[in-house]
Design a protein around this ligand. Structure first.
Ligand SMILES: C[S@@+](CC[C@H](N)C(=O)[O-])C[C@H]1O[C@@H](n2cnc3c(N)ncnc32)[C@H](O)[C@@H]1O
Length: 219
């Protein structure tokens, strides 16, 4: 990715996490992971929350008694996670564009909630291949990404840098997926669940895809 986009994204998210000075009690957990509770409860390994932000999903997993490794590019987000969730097993601050800082086949379950839609096609494919690398064969990736119908949050707005990838007002990149995009990006995985839906966590409704894919190689 262009280093300017990378730098702007970091600044944007550091600023955002600085402004949202939330504590544990104010974090709203939504129920999107519930259909996957068998998967979440079935692993004996820690679960990776990739692009954890304020920790909505980290909290969901902690409430289920799971061991969590929470990661983000934002130092501020990671500091807040440590303060709000002392139970977190580990935190790591790194940029996904540099690869995922874990050994091959480290995880049975990875969660990437609203964190994989900020990249060019090339970078998205790279990060997805890295996810494949750190998952065990048969491992699951649970994710949500923007839908092309997410007009309340920028879909179709700003300069189109690539098909379905826009430069937002803040000068950062935002991708909006349709079903064909998801099937193409995750062609190496088995798609177990794929559904477009509306999320009400934010002030304005958000259209997104909820997805569960399984890395099957080696089975
Ligand atoms: C919309 S927030 C989602 C936070 C959380 N997963 C949730 O659903 O509430 C996106 C998060 O992805 C992180 N992120 C974006 N690009 C990243 C990158 N290149 N490397 C690591 N984290 C990144 C941001 O810092 C931000 O915290």
């Amino acid at each position: 990715m262009d280093t300017e986009y990378r730098e702007r994204s970091l600044q944007y998210w550091e600023r955002t996490h600085e402004e949202q000075d939330y504590d544990r009690d104010s974090i709203r957990v939504d129920d999107w992971l519930e259909p996957f509770d068998d998967i979440i409860m079935g692993t004996t390994r820690p679960i990776l929350d990739l692009g954890c932000g304020g920790g909505n999903d980290t909290l969901y997993l902690i409430n289920k008694g799971r061991q969590v490794i929470a990661c983000d590019q934002s130092e501020r987000a990671i500091q807040r996670i440590r303060k709000n969730f002392p139970e977190v097993m580990e935190t790591k601050c790194f940029n996904m564009l540099d690869g995922l800082a874990f050994a091959d086949a480290s995880f049975e379950v990875v969660i990437a909630d609203l964190s994989l839609h900020y990249f060019t096609g090339k970078d998205t494919s790279f990060i997805i291949s890295e996810l494949q690398r750190i998952l065990v064969p048969g491992g699951y990736l649970l994710l949500r990404v923007n839908s092309i119908y997410d007009v309340n949050h920028g879909a179709g707005q700003g300069r189109e840098v690539e098909p379905h990838l826009y430069e937002s007002g803040a000068g950062t990149l935002k991708r909006f997926f349709d079903e064909a995009d998801i099937r193409r990006f995750f062609k190496e995985y088995k798609i177990e669940y794929l559904k477009e839906e509306t999320m009400t966590r934010y002030k304005l409704e958000k259209k997104l895809y909820r997805v569960c894919v399984r890395f099957e190689k080696g089975e």
